[in-house]
Design a protein around this ligand. Structure first.
Ligand code: ZN
Length: 390
């Protein structure tokens, strides 16, 4: 396998300031002057400046990666601060790119930072990836993850992958010349709504640190051409049990994008592929919906309406509408607790789980049941702004 160092001879020259800055690298035989020059010559593209992107960008910058690109179109939200350590409280409301750029420039003035204020799409990914040597994937959703994978395969760039959920994380290196890609492992995305997002299911604030640092380590090793990369191995991290396991991965000859009979030779519509349109929760056919404003009106008019809360008890403790709590998973066995003659509005945090609850209840014969669009989050944003959001 051709390593990056073989195809890309180092040309960078280190100043005396840089030699001093990187002295703890320079005295390591695995890095040395030659390795540090490779780092300076390297161009790494980081997808996202969020949970995984924070440690990735901070450590790659500190380590002396010469050119770092970051793609992000988001602004810093208060709920990001629990894990996205490149941003501070004062940055809330700022573009993540601007916030990250300030921190990275302060850490290492030698960095050539290139920011891309846009959503990564099928229309721009290939052109962008071609300008870099390695892509580090810090995305948190399936459409972008498949897009990053396919674009890496099509442009021949290694994909340093990481993903996180609650206490569990994964890391690997995909799309190296001989190694498998993400689709060799997961040819198809899970059905929409089956796997909760971090916003729905939560994530331990430290976990992106753990996984992002593993991604940064793999990125540096690829640049140096040192050690055994995670290519061909999926590292599984269980922070609760503090166990690290790994699965052997093989290139799948039937892989649609990197196999012997490829069916995907250009980028596709990944939202459609993943069964998702836009940011909304999955929509089920013929689903009745109610806005938070409508619900408020009905409650103020003392209308007979039964509020069904399908979240988990620990979410109910954070905030609630005084609804009747039946977690979505318990609904099938507790459905007899509900009165089908009454008007029912179901809600969860954002509307995804309650949409499933409504679909289930309709199938069970309930006719006067609707889904609260946007969930209790919309209620806290538009009706009761004193209510805590989470
Ligand atoms: Zn593949």
């Amino acid at each position: 396998m051709a390593t990056l160092s073989e195809v890309k001879p180092p040309e960078a020259v280190l100043s005396n300031d840089e030699i001093l800055r990187y002295s703890r690298h320079l005295i390591m035989p695995e890095v040395g002057m030659e390795g540090q020059k490779k780092l300076k010559a390297a161009k790494v593209l980081c997808i996202g400046a969020g949970g995984l992107g924070s440690p990735l960008a901070l450590y790659l910058t500190a380590a002396g990666v010469g050119t770092l690109g970051i793609v992000d179109f988001d602004v810093v939200d208060y709920t990001n601060l629990q894990r996205q350590i490149i941003h501070t409280t004062a940055d809330v409301g700022r573009k993540k790119l601007d916030s990250a750029a300030d921190k990275l420039a302060a850490i290492n003035p030698f960095l050539n930072l290139r920011t891309f204020d846009m959503k990564l799409t099928s229309a721009n990914a290939l052109e962008l990836f071609r300008e870099f040597d390695i892509v580090a994937d810090g995305t948190d959703n399936f459409p972008t993850r498949y897009l990053v994978n396919d674009a890496c395969v099509l442009t021949g760039k290694p994909n340093v992958y990481g993903s996180i959920f609650r206490f569990e994380g994964q890391a690997s290196v995909f799309a190296t010349e001989e190694g498998p890609c993400y689709r060799c492992l997961y040819p198809e995305p899970p059905p929409p709504g089956l796997v909760p997002s971090c916003a729905e299911g939560g994530v331990l604030g430290i976990l992106p640190g753990l996984i992002g640092v593993i991604q940064a380590t793999e990125t540096i090793k690829l640049i140096l051409g040192q050690g055994d990369s995670l290519a061909g191995r999926l590292l599984l991290v269980d922070a609760l049990g503090m166990k690290f396991r790994e699965l052997k991965l093989r290139k799948n000859p039937d892989c649609p994008v990197c196999g012997t009979h490829r069916t995907i030779t250009e980028l596709i519509d990944y939202d459609q592929f993943c069964g998702i349109r836009g940011e909304e929760a999955p929509v089920f056919g013929g689903l009745s919906v109610m806005s938070v404003e409508e619900l408020k009106k009905k409650l103020d008019a003392k209308a007979d309406i039964f509020i069904l809360d399908v979240r988990e008890p620990h979410e109910y403790q954070i905030c609630n509408l005084g609804g009747y709590l039946i977690p979505l998973g318990d609904l099938p066995k507790r459905v007899s607790e509900l009165d089908s003659s009454r008007e029912i509005v179901a809600h969860c945090k954002m509307g995804g789980r309650s949409a499933k609850a409504v679909a289930f209840l309709k199938q069970a014969g309930f006719t006067k049941v609707s889904n609260l669009t946007g969930g209790i989050t919309a209620w806290a944003e538009r009706v009761d702004t004193k209510m805590p959001k989470y």
